[in-house]
Design a protein around this ligand. Structure first.
Ligand code: ADP
Length: 479
């Protein structure tokens, strides 16, 4: 029996017409059927969240703490089952799916604690006898629009702080991964959220998402997805004078210097470029390698790539799952063709692979002799494709690393304290890694980028308060 999952609006599960969720490892496997919301339902959800806001924002801290803690506990208890469903609908491996689920539980746990730690400031006024209080209050109704590549972690790192600081929510997940979104909402609903506090409206971006952008009643929107949609979110938010936060693409450089430990550099590059099928905004898609280590690095990469097991996400032996869907696969293959036309050398992979089941299997691809001016080095591919860009020394490596419209993450593999320190200070990225992959971040510290990658305050950790609260300055003259 295929489950039918409905939307949650004002505390009721509603919806009829649905769309099917297909397993990218096995196109004959239907994960479930999901309500596809209409614009009217998005508006009802926003109205419900608006009505629920006054009571929720003034609710006792312990009520919020309890819901977030309960959600964390249930996600932890069900991590294998939820992680498996995530791997089934998105195509990342079981280890990655379960790891991401554990991450979601940790995020709820962290923000449960944050509900009890919100503080303000009490400062003397410049006027005698006057006191000044600086406090943070909830923003209001927050619209949450998420992508498909982290189906549970990204919703968690937006929903948890929104609730912790007393906001109400309209949540629209990506169409490709509704099961993880539905599961997290179901857990929070049963954990005791009052009706209207958290609303789920699954459906098309052009319908549900657009209705959210067009609403004058959303007080803030947090978005993770493509640059194109991010710009629409920005334009609509300016029109309605609402707060917004965008996390978009990346073209993240991993610099490998002559003095790097080769094993560490190859581990970082393989993990950063190809794990999660390269479908991470933090993926290392540009491998910027100095002359002295270049050939050894490329040989070692080809050797490791040849040993990677590409297959069904639910098979425990699989290291690289399928691409998420047909259109992403086409994009990956188009860029591989573009790279060849541009004169880069396809040193490994890039071919479709046949497996026991029909799925979107693609051999991880490595380009060498790429330049930083090529489209494959400038545009985000979002697949298991990386380019090696050869440079003569550290100075050129840093210049190439920074020469990009994006600025999410960057990394350097080196034994030199001097170069590592210089890179940390001069890299134009929001997150910098030394002897670590560019992807893979902690949940309790800020996440976000610069330039075309991000807009607005950081996500995650205590910095999340910047977006999910608004500051009030109150003056009192007590006589
Ligand atoms: P991706 O390439 O990662 O799918 P998108 O930006 O298309 O990136 O999608 C990210 C999220 O934005 C998804 O939930 C999608 O449904 C939503 N979305 C797409 N178009 C719009 C739109 N016009 N308005 C609001 N949300 C949209």
């Amino acid at each position: 029996m295929i489950p039918f999952r409905k939307n949650l609006i004002d505390g009721e599960w509603v919806g009829d017409a649905g769309s099917r969720n297909i397993n990218p490892s096995n196109l004959d496997d239907v994960v479930g059927e999901y309500a596809s919301g209409r614009a009217e339902q998005a508006r009802q959800a926003i109205a419900a969240a608006k009505a629920a806001f006054p009571a929720w924002s003034r609710s006792g801290l312990l009520a919020r703490h309890a819901v977030l803690r309960k959600a964390s506990d249930e996600i932890t208890a069900r991590k294998d089952e939820i992680g498996r469903a995530l791997a089934r609908e998105e195509g990342k491996t079981l280890v990655e799916g379960i790891g991401e689920t554990v991450r979601a539980a940790q995020i709820f746990d962290f923000f449960a604690g944050e509900t009890l730690r919100l503080s303000g400031e009490l400062v003397p006024s410049v006027r005698p006898g006057v006191g000044v209080e600086i406090t943070r209050e909830a923003v209001g109704v927050v619209g949450i629009i998420t992508p498909w590549n982290f189906p549970i972690a990204i919703p968690a790192w937006k929903i948890a702080p929104a609730l912790a600081y007393g906001n109400t929510i309209v949540f629209k997940p990506a169409e490709l991964v509704p099961e993880s979104a539905w599961t997290i909402v179901d857990i929070l609903h049963r954990a005791g959220l009052p009706k209207g506090v958290l609303n789920l409206v699954m459906g098309k971006g052009s319908v549900v998402g657009q209705a959210m952008l067009d609403s004058p009643d959303l007080n803030a929107i947090t978005f993770t997805g493509s640059v194109g949609t991010g710009k629409r979110v920005a334009a609509a938010s300016v029109e309605h004078m609402r707060k917004f936060q965008l996390e978009m693409g990346g073209k993240n450089p991993l610099v490998v210097l002559d003095d790097a430990d080769l094993g560490v550099a190859v581990d970082c590059a393989i993990n950063g470029a190809y794990f999660s099928t390269g479908q991470r905004c933090t993926a290392s898609s540009r491998l910027v390698v100095t002359d002295g280590i270049h050939d050894r690095f490329v040989d070692a990469m080809k050797d490791r790539l040849g040993k990677l097991v590409v297959g069904d996400a639910l098979d425990a032996k699989t290291q690289i799952g399928p691409v998420v869907d047909q259109s992403q696969l086409k994009q990956d293959e188009d860029y591989i063709a573009i790279g060849r036309q541009e004169g880069a050398d396809l040193a490994f992979g890039g071919e479709r692979l046949d497996r026991d089941t029909r799925g979107f299997y693609l051999q991880p691809a490595l380009f060498t002799q790429a330049t930083n001016a090529m489209r494959i080095s400038r545009e985000e591919i979002f697949g298991p494709v990386a380019n090696v860009i050869r440079v003569k020394d550290y100075d050129e490596a840093l210049a190439v690393a920074n020469d990009t419209p994006f600025g999410l993450t960057s990394g350097i593999c080196t034994a030199s304290l001097k170069h590592a320190t210089h890179f940390k200070r001069n890299s134009e990225a929001g997150m910098v890694m030394v002897n670590l992959p560019t992807a893979g971040v902690d949940f309790h510290v800020p996440f976000g980028g610069r330039k075309g990658s991000s807009y607005g305050p950081r996500e995650q950790g205590r910095y999340a308060a910047e977006f999910y609260t608004t500051v009030k300055t109150a003056y009192t003259f007590a006589g």
